[in-house]
Design a binder for this molecule. Structure first.
Ligand code: FAD
Ligand code: DLZ
Length: 509
């Protein structure tokens, strides 16, 4: 009898494990647009449009390759709204006995499908997702017995495993990591590269109408819509990145500039996470740019580290710690997320810039996510679960397996230091150094306290003092705590009073 092969919206890869085991002569593929997945957090309109458009293009490719594909559109009156119920409907319609799929990226969906199968007595064959360099067992074995998990050591193993940037058993250039060279502030440049843009075709235009109609109350602007929606387009975007922005990716990786949403970043994560690109083909392309003399080692090593290091490491942590990881709150932070995370209406220029471009592009680069919106929520003591749901909703590349460790762990330190060794907390000075935002801000980054002071300044000290019981013994925070202890009591009080005033009017900053 026919099997039903369920392919999820972020499983668009040609070499998906479930497809490799499927038989086009016998099996039926199900792809389903369902309201449950689009609304479990209210995803950005562009994210839903990207995924539905990419799913429709992929379904057409699979059909052209000879597969029988059941494609459930969101506005199909028969559409039952959830993945398990769409699986049940397709099994009945096509008389399928069993279900085959690749493991979902999110624990939530894996549990829902497994529970449904157990409850209905359906045989559900869930294959490992082999689109990653490290599988669950490998990461668990790596983590077991280590007192501390640190990305850097995991990354070196991945370099050895893949052979990327390796000269024999030694790292290319003699060092594993060139991050020290990657912290330059950027200047505006008329010739700054931009990600490759694609005009919506008829299929995408239809999806844009659907999203405008059905998800009008979701965050973000829908058009102009320029994302790649096929693998061929995503490959072109990769080539374009390697040819244009990659050489300066390293130098300006941590920089921020008003009006430059992308700087020298690749803007490939949404394609990679949906399966339009594979991690190794991205890394090989980027590595080639180094050996061809087109891009320097600090850029290429820095870039490859993000993909084979950070991306794999955070996924490992996610599966190690779920369920439960998304509820962690090591610092006991309880404040609601300020409204301007949704509206962009704040006088803090850096926050306004990061949030506004997030509305427009469903994108912000790493330092904006970490050191602006993430840092602010951390300093203000916002409930990490609310922060987590915001990040999961607003970015086109956000899936819980990659978003949650970055937010709960790296950014909010809500896992108490499992993922990273210290909280990414910084005062306004860091943002001033790495961006041009402070010049046009209504707050003054040089004022440490008082009504004109950059809110990040008093909040920074308030955060450290508020959390001294938990953070006071962290060796990486020894310096700031010693600085605090050397301040006069008057100065300390000034910071704390100023911070209390900022927190009192947090919704109107
Ligand atoms: P580039 O700067 O060009 O980097 C290249 C690639 O490296 C990215 O495409 C991505 O695949 C990978 N990468 C870089 N940093 C990380 C990281 N820390 N973890 C995992 N992969 C990484 N990334 C997501 O893919 N989805 C998310 O939901 C997500 N949420 C984040 C939330 C916070 C608070 C923070 C601090 C980071 C988050 N990241 C997330 C990581 C990173 O910010 C994005 O991957 C990156 O900004 C995507 O843009 P890009 O493709 O231009 O990346
Ligand atoms: C993110 C998303 C959205 C918005 N919509 C769908 C959908 O309609 N159908 C589908 O199969 N997948 C969708 N996805 C992706 C899933 O949420 C994703 O597969 C899980 O979160 C696991 O990573």
């Amino acid at each position: 009898p026919a099997r039903l092969i369920l392919i999820l919206g972020d499983q668009l890869s040609p070499d998906l494990s479930a497809l490799k085991q499927g038989d086009p002569a016998r099996d039926v593929i199900l792809m389903a647009e369902v309201s449950a997945e689009a609304t479990y957090v209210k995803h950005h309109k562009k994210k839903i449009a990207f995924l539905f458009a990419a799913m429709r293009h992929r379904a057409a490719e699979l059909q052209a390759a000879g597969w029988q594909v059941r494609y459930a559109r969101l506005d199909d009156p028969e559409n039952s709204g959830t993945l398990p119920s769409e699986v049940a409907r397709a099994m009945a319609d096509f008389n399928c006995a069993d279900v085959l799929m690749t493991e979902p990226g999110e624990y939530r969906l894996k549990a829902a499908l497994t529970d449904w199968a157990a409850g209905t007595g359906t045989t559900l064959d869930m294959l490992p997702d082999d689109r990653f360099l490290s599988d669950h067992a490998q990461f668990q074995a790596w983590a077991a017995g280590r007192k501390q998990l640190r990305m850097e050591y995991f990354y070196r193993d991945m370099r050895r495993q893949t052979g990327l940037l390796m000269a024999g058993d030694q790292p290319e250039g003699g060092q594993w990591n060139y991050d020290a060279e990657n912290r330059k502030p950027a200047k505006g440049d008329l010739f700054m590269p931009h990600p490759l843009q694609f005009a919506p075709d008829e299929i995408t235009a239809e999806v844009l109408d659907l999203v405008a109609d059905q998800f009008d109350d979701h965050f973000g602007t829908l058009t102009p819509f320029w994302f790649a929606v096929t693998r061929d387009q995503a490959l072109a975007a990769l080539d374009h990145f390697a040819d244009t922005a990659l050489p300066l990716f390293g130098d300006y990786q941590d920089a921020m500039l008003t009006g430059e949403a992308f700087l020298y970043h690749s803007v490939l994560a949404q394609y990679l996470n949906a399966g339009l690109l594979t991690p190794m083909e991205i890394c090989r392309r980027v590595e080639r740019a180094y050996y061809d003399g087109h891009a320097p080692l600090n850029a290429v090593e820095g870039y490859i580290r993000q993909i084979i290091g950070w991306r794999e490491y955070v996924r490992g942590i996610y599966w190690l710690k779920m369920p439960g990881y998304t509820a962690e709150n090591a610092l006991g932070a309880q404040r609601p997320l300020p409204q301007y995370y949704w509206s962009g209406q704040t006088d803090m220029a850096c926050m306004k810039s990061a949030i506004t471009q997030t509305q427009e592009e469903a994108y912000a680069h790493h330092i904006q996510r970490l050191m602006v919106t993430g840092n602010f929520a951390l300093l203000a003591g916002v409930d990490p679960h609310e922060v987590h749901e915001w990040y999961l909703a607003v970015y086109a590349d956000a899936y819980e397996w990659v978003e949650a460790p970055n937010v709960i762990g790296m950014s909010q330190f809500a896992d108490g230091g499992l993922l990273g060794s210290k909280p990414y907390a910084a005062s306004g000075n860091y943002i001033h150094k790495m961006s041009d935002h402070c010049g046009s801000c209504r707050y003054n980054v040089r004022h440490k306290t008082g009504p004109q002071a950059c809110p990040f300044n008093p909040l920074y000290w308030d955060f450290l003092i508020r959390n001294r019981d938990t953070l006071g013994k962290n060796p990486r925070l020894g310096h700031p705590y010693r600085t605090w202890d050397r301040m006069s009591a008057e100065k300390q009080q000034d910071y704390l009073t100023s911070a209390a005033k900022v927190l009192d009017r947090i919704e109107t900053l």
